[in-house]
Design a protein around this ligand. Structure first.
Ligand code: ATP
Ligand code: MG
Length: 381
């Protein structure tokens, strides 16, 4: 079974039990666009307690929001009871959700017309003109945009994220409302904003979405981002960027590395951005620069810049472990424990840059000399 067939089986099982169920959200949008959805979310009239006994493998992933995960052939499907949401006063999560409402109410709480359709094998439910907006390539809120952004300001940056991912334009009233509400984005949990910003920066329609960010002023309320950063992002020629290295784009556009932590990204993303950004404009890398990257980082750098830096197999060694001596050898030569790291680093640097050949007798000899030099220096000091 493919994912769509599995989703349909879930729907039919729920219907046989007397409930209603639909594919909702992004999967409907992507299906109508002729794209293959990454995942399928379902909405149902049944309560979690009623869904759980219908399937052999069900994980109660978010009972308080009405969500269980039904696993079919190892693929997870989120099945959520029709729900409505009250306002997001902490700007993170709705204050409370009400389960057991109608499909119409469930679709009404959704952000954009193109995300607010429901699909089942026997037909499509499209209450807000989602299909028309898909055809016209327009991002438009369900209901009055000022109200919807007032409930959850994250939706403003989501609008630009979908513009970018789908290469759609922004409905005029929706844009106007972002202009009016832009300032409130600062109160949204930064992790939520960062996830949307990442997706925005990775989308094919990035320049247009970023221009909308400038026009509406939304960018001014993102930490550390200036109009100049946005202009430079629009003009950026770095390409082939993935989720892990997207922050390199921002740093390259003049965003201060010190401000990166404000977005609370993973250590891996932060480190990668800081390491790569120093290298993206270099025509050539020294052997030491290549050595300091991982194989994957070097591949990313080549992809982003379109350059062809030789891969790391051409280096004399690829890691410290490839050195023909190790810590024990250093200790055997009479060096102190705390000197091991320095000595190995010294050898590593000289081997990588081709000054020493990676052969055991040579390296041992060089360590001895290094040791003597250090002793003389400290003696003279
Ligand atoms: P993606 O393919 O990137 O996952 P998606 O449309 O599935 O896109 P999600 O963030 O996974 O986006 O959200 C799933 C659905 O939940 C959306 O399509 C929308 O209907 C609804 N939704 C998500 N976030 C919000 C929000 N902040 N306000 C209103 N509705 C939302
Ligand atoms: Mg999704």
């Amino acid at each position: 079974m493919n994912m769509r067939e599995s989703a349909n089986t879930i729907i039919e099982t729920i219907e046989r039990a007397g409930g209603e169920a639909y594919i909702v959200g992004g999967a409907v949008r992507d299906t109508l666009l002729g794209r293959t959805p990454g995942d399928y979310d379902l909405a149902t009239s049944l309560l979690p307690d009623e869904v759980i006994p219908l399937f052999p493998v069900v994980i109660p992933t978010g009972l308080e929001h009405g969500t269980v995960t039904v696993v079919v052939e190892k693929i997870p499907f989120e099945v959520t009871t029709f729900r409505s949401e009250s306002t997001y006063s902490d700007r993170r999560r709705p204050d409370h959700v009400t389960l057991g409402v109608s499909l119409e109410e469930d679709l009404t709480r959704r952000d954009f017309t193109i995300n607010a359709m429901a699909l089942k094998p026997t037909g499509l439910v499209d209450l807000f003109g989602g299909q028309a907006d898909l055809a016209a390539k327009i991002i438009r809120t369900v209901g009055r945009p000022e109200d919807r952004f007032g409930e959850d300001a994250l939706r403003m940056i989501r609008a630009l994220r979908f513009m970018s991912q789908l290469a759609f334009s922004l409905d005029e009233r929706t844009e106007q409302a972002i202009k009016e509400c832009a300032e409130t984005i600062q109160y949204v949990a930064i992790e939520r904003v960062a996830i949307e910003l990442e997706k925005l920066l990775l989308g094919a329609g990035r320049p247009a979405a970023l221009r909308a960010m400038l026009r509406t002023g939304l960018g001014m309320y993102l930490p550390g981002i200036t109009p100049d950063t946005i202009e430079r992002l629009i003009a950026s020629d770095l390409d082939g960027v993935s989720k892990d290295d997207v922050w390199t784009l921002l740093l390259d556009a003049g965003f201060s590395p010190d401000r990166l932590s404000a977005f609370k990204r993973s250590k891996k993303q932060e480190q990668r951005a800081k390491r790569l950004v120093c290298l993206v404009h270099l025509e050539q890398l020294t052997d030491w620069q290549r050595y300091a990257l991982t194989d994957e980082e070097l591949a990313v750098l080549n992809r982003m810049t379109g350059r062809n830096h030789p891969d790391r197999t051409t280096l004399p060694i690829r890691t410290l472990k490839d050195l023909q001596v190790d810590g024990r050898d250093i200790v055997a030569l009479g060096l102190k424990k705390q000197e091991i790291k320095h000595a190995l680093h010294y050898l590593e640097q000289h081997v990588v840059t081709g000054q020493f050949v990676n052969q055991r007798p040579i390296l041992l000899e060089e360590v001895k000399r290094w040791k003597n030099r250090r002793e003389n220096e400290s003696f003279n000091a």
